[in-house]
Design a binder for this molecule. Structure first.
Ligand code: DC
Length: 231
């Protein structure tokens, strides 16, 4: 009988590394729950944009997000993202939200609120894969397995272009610049910057396809089950 994984797997890293599709596939393979914390910051951004408050006004941003009901699902094969009961799963992927999400996610009070919500969702699952930027460093410092996924910037831009259906060199160059700007913002913010946890295993997916990365993470998860049995 195959040993069953129990615990939390954190999958952090910049955008364009294939993190979401890897996280979903790992969760499906392990029969684990799945939490996309980026979707929560994106949903909070929808709240802020709809409220009309300025992105530069951190207090106002924190206030409108505190008053909102944001719900995200924890199953790998169905994306559920709602604000006040309204489905925003498509809207959170829009260019408008992508442009505004970094400043919203840099507001400490927004992070505290969403981190509390993330921990409550994780506590409700026996096994869960959680993807984001600060999951191994801040949200779940005692996670069972921490993985940090990277890839060369040009490969990330190409993958992202493929997902968005962009093909021209100019479009890909714009996208690369956008990724670079967002990484810099996310890595240099004061609260919970993007960085690998000291005990994270760094997986570079530059030369690996999605299946190979999924296999690698599933193997790492299996090794934690063995370690648990031996101890
Ligand atoms: O993974 P994503 O592109 O959907 O994330 C959107 C933004 O949310 C990203 O630019 C940074 C922020 N984010 C964060 O600050 N902390 C997380 N745990 C997840 C995402």
């Amino acid at each position: 009988m195959t040993a069953t994984f129990r615990g939390q797997i954190t999958l952090d890293g910049p955008s364009g590394t294939g993190k979401s599709s890897v996280a979903r596939a790992v969760a499906a393979r392990l029969g684990a729950a799945y939490l996309d914390t980026g979707a929560m910051y994106r949903a909070a951004t929808v709240v802020v944009l709809d409220s009309g408050v300025s992105l530069d006004d951190a207090d106002a941003v924190a206030r409108v997000v505190a008053g909102a009901t944001i719900e995200v699902g924890t199953t790998a094969d169905a994306e559920l993202v709602q604000v006040e009961g309204v489905d925003v799963a498509d809207r959170i992927r829009s260019a408008e939200v992508t442009r505004a999400v970094s400043p919203v996610s840099a507001v400490p009070a927004v992070r505290r609120q969403l981190v509390d919500q993330q921990r409550a969702l994780v506590a409700a699952a026996d096994a869960v894969v959680v993807e984001g930027r600060d999951i191994g460093t801040v949200v779940l410092p005692d996670a069972t397995l921490k993985v940090y996924l990277t890839a060369a910037p040009e490969v990330r831009a190409e993958r992202r272009a493929g997902q968005l259906g962009l093909t021209t060199a100019a479009e890909i160059a714009d996208l690369a610049e956008d990724l670079r700007r967002r990484d810099e913002y996310d890595s240099s913010r004061a609260d919970s910057p993007l960085r690998p946890a000291v005990d994270a295993i760094v997986v570079d997916s530059t030369d690996l396809d999605r299946e190979a990365v999924v296999d690698k993470v599933v193997e790492l998860a299996a090794s934690t089950v063995g370690a648990g049995e031996r101890s």
